[in-house]
Design a binder for this molecule. Structure first.
Ligand code: NOJ
Ligand code: NOJ
Length: 472
């Protein structure tokens, strides 16, 4: 009997998986959005943690991800801010409560940050600093957290605040100030990268720091603190000239790191080509599409060239990409963590990039073909649904988005964005689960199950697609 039941269950889940995989993309997105939201929220303030803790994954073993990472938590709470901004009444109050807990936890951690100060990358579920040996400090966390909290205050009502709301607002602003103040002190100090592996200076870290300070400058000017705003802006300008140095003319893409402290003779990551650069553009530009205060505009030709280089590298790297229209994307090609696989979060990031680039081009109305972006644009044209011979792109020409060629490019961009989402659809678990990675050969979920950040990035990508279609 037991056996028959198990068999029935197995057959049922195979069927469920088959149905999921066969759904038209739009329908799959709908069901996956609610699934991802539910699983993401489950990892926020779980019962055995103090309120405000966002565990990176429920996994407590191989790998143990049952910690509150500042980076993962901030990117996740940014999605909660969006849910807050787009809901009403009881639901809105629930989301506000989650953010309130996160702010309260942040204030406590800022007072008691551990021996690396605010560069401590992760905390235990009781809220105290982690003391296990780890790749620390990491200086992207405070910048990401400041950005998330700025987004929250920008959506917070301006008037009619209760006593409690006023307190929440004051606490949030104080948390932002502490984080940004720290960023102004640490932006040029080497630290571990977002992948917690290499010490040096990193494009990702400095890019989110730049954006946090630029957004902070606008924010504190509006709050009536021009002195702090000036400090932020001046420091950001220094970071900007550092960021220019990552462009690798010879390789033709933006390098991930500089001044790495590596063992002599190490060739690890010598290509310096890392999806982190693309993620930095997403995490430092305003997802609500307001002001462009990030170092890389989404239509920056250096970003396009980096995307093209990463696509070519990953296409050749993973077996599952052999006959794929768009490649499953990992962190970098010589990754060895869990044998080096594509990740859900990086693949979702590529989808989001394509949707947001489309939006950016619609807004800017034109696009210049340069020697740097022409390879990327050619590959986009190949993906376009429009038939007919492939038009030749001439370096130096300005393409109006309204023109035939412009429309063809937009169509190619959205096709590629959808291609990345379909790749996720193909490789999620039978119920729609996203762990951290999926196996480079078997295409099945591996490493930490229900990775909070995977769900958060999927939701962010799905939202960018919805924005293109005119819905929030
Ligand atoms: C855990 C880190 O979070 C991951 O990014 C890294 O690749 C491995 N440790 C190996 O260093
Ligand atoms: C490993 C990733 O490399 C790192 O970026 C992340 O913060 C941790 N896992 C937790 O998800």
């Amino acid at each position: 009997m037991q056996k028959i039941l198990t068999l029935a269950l197995v057959l049922f889940s195979i069927k469920a998986a088959a149905i999921q995989a066969d759904l038209p993309l739009g329908e799959w997105l709908k069901s996956e959005k609610s699934f991802a939201t539910e699983r993401m929220l489950k990892n926020i303030s779980p019962a055995d943690a103090v309120p405000g803790v966002v565990v990176a994954s429920p996994s407590k073993d191989n790998p143990n991800y049952y910690f509150h990472w500042i980076r993962d938590a901030s990117l996740t709470m940014d999605q909660v801010v969006f849910l807050y901004a787009n809901s009403r009444e009881a639901k809105r109050a629930t989301y506000q409560g989650m953010i309130e807990d996160f702010v309260a936890l942040t204030l406590r951690q800022q007072k008691n940050p551990g021996k690396e100060g605010l560069g401590e990358p992760r905390y235990l579920i009781d809220g105290s600093a982690d003391t296990l040996p780890w790749g620390r400090p990491q200086y992207d966390g405070p910048a990401l957290r400041a950005l998330t909290l700025i987004h929250f205050i920008n959506f917070f009502p301006k008037t009619g605040l209760s006593h409690k709301d006023k307190q929440l607002k004051a606490d949030t602003i104080s948390a932002i100030q502490t984080d940004l103040d720290y960023v102004t002190q640490k932006w040029n100090t080497p630290c571990f990268d977002l992948w917690e592996e290499l010490r040096g200076l990193h494009f990702y870290t400095q890019s989110v720091q730049y954006s946090a300070m630029m957004n902070g400058a606008v924010f504190f000017r509006a709050q009536g603190d021009p002195g702090f705003a000036r400090l932020l802006q001046q420091t950001a300008l220094q970071v900007k000239s550092e960021l220019e140095k990552y462009w690798d003319e010879k390789k033709g893409y933006l390098g991930a790191s500089r001044n790495l402290e590596q063992a002599p003779g190490s060739t690890y990551k010598s290509a310096n080509l890392d999806t982190a650069v693309v993620l930095s553009a997403l995490h430092s530009s305003d997802p609500y599409g307001k002001i462009g205060l990030s170092f890389l505009a989404l239509d920056d030709d250096r970003l396009m060239a980096t995307v093209a280089a990463l696509e070519a590298a990953f296409l050749a790297e993973y077996k599952i990409n052999a006959s794929a229209k768009v490649p499953a994307i990992g962190r970098f090609t010589d990754d060895v963590y869990f044998y080096g696989n594509p990740w859900y979060m990086t693949t979702a990031g590529f989808a989001e990039l394509y949707f947001r680039l489309t939006l950016a081009l619609i807004n800017s109305r034109s696009l210049k073909v340069t020697a740097i972006n022409s390879g990327f644009l050619n590959s986009v044209l190949l993906a376009s649904l429009n038939s007919g011979p492939l038009p030749a792109l001439t370096v130096g020409t300005e393409i109006a988005v309204q023109s035939d060629l412009g429309q063809r490019i937009l169509s190619g961009l959205t096709q590629k964005g959808d291609g990345y989402l379909s790749t996720l659809q193909k490789y999620v678990g039978s119920q729609g689960e996203m762990s951290e990675q999926f196996d480079r050969e078997a295409g099945v979920p591996v490493s930490a199950p229900d990775l909070t950040w995977s769900y958060a990035s999927f939701l962010s990508a799905a939202r960018a697609r919805a924005q293109l279609n005119g819905t929030p």
